[in-house]
Ligand binder design. Structure first.
Ligand code: NAG
Ligand code: NAG
Length: 171
């Protein structure tokens, strides 16, 4: 039962990601990458609301987004909301579509300097590190791969990442 619910949420999230990718021609993050970040953050639980995993922290929504992350992403909002109004942050990041847009904008902002693991390309592993550790100076966090978030991310990504082929670029 539990995993059935998760699968439904996961498929729903794939649908959202697909719509986003169709809507905006050039997205940095693939749908699969997006879903693994969502899975790692909350099991992609769209009804998780806001939570405080440790004192002084405050994260919201299936992607586990903080206020500062949302600000860095340019304060995306749900339809007819005001980014300066209290609640605009929570309204956005607890909405799966707006949360996904927040992640896209955040990665867009930081991806120019986003080869966190210095492997020569900016790919989903880097996006996951930036999502978890922040986009500022992400290479200083290259060794933070033992967090629950990153371990869960890797096990998801290992299952769905594109397999290398003769001339494909990875991501
Ligand atoms: C999602 O999070 C809510 C709030 O924490 C919880 O009550 C619910 O059981 C979670 N759903 C799943 C499928 O884990
Ligand atoms: C990460 O770990 C490697 C191997 O232990 C080490 O050489 C490197 O300096 C570390 N990087 C950072 C930024 O701490």
């Amino acid at each position: 039962m539990h995993s059935a619910i998760r699968n439904v949420v996961f498929i729903f999230a794939i649908g959202i990601g697909f719509v986003l990718i169709k809507a905006q021609s050039k997205k940095l993050i693939t749908t699969g990458c997006m879903n693994c970040i969502c899975e790692a953050a909350s099991n992609c639980n769209v009804s998780i609301g806001c939570f405080q995993p440790y004192d002084g922290s405050y994260f919201c929504g299936a992607f586990g987004i903080s206020l500062n992350y949302w600000i860095d992403a340019g304060k995306p909002i749900i339809k007819n909301d005001d980014p300066e109004k209290p609640g605009a942050f929570e309204n956005c990041v607890t909405d799966l579509y707006c949360a996904a847009e927040t992640v896209h904008q955040y990665m867009k902002k930081f991806s120019t300097d986003g080869d966190c693991n210095s492997d020569g390309e900016i790919d989903c592993a880097d996006f996951a590190l930036m999502h978890n550790m922040g986009g500022y100076d992400c290479s200083s966090n290259v060794n933070n791969t033992k967090t629950d978030f990153y371990v869960n991310f890797e096990s998801c990504w290992a299952k769905i990442k594109p397999q290398p082929s003769v001339n494909a670029t990875s991501e």
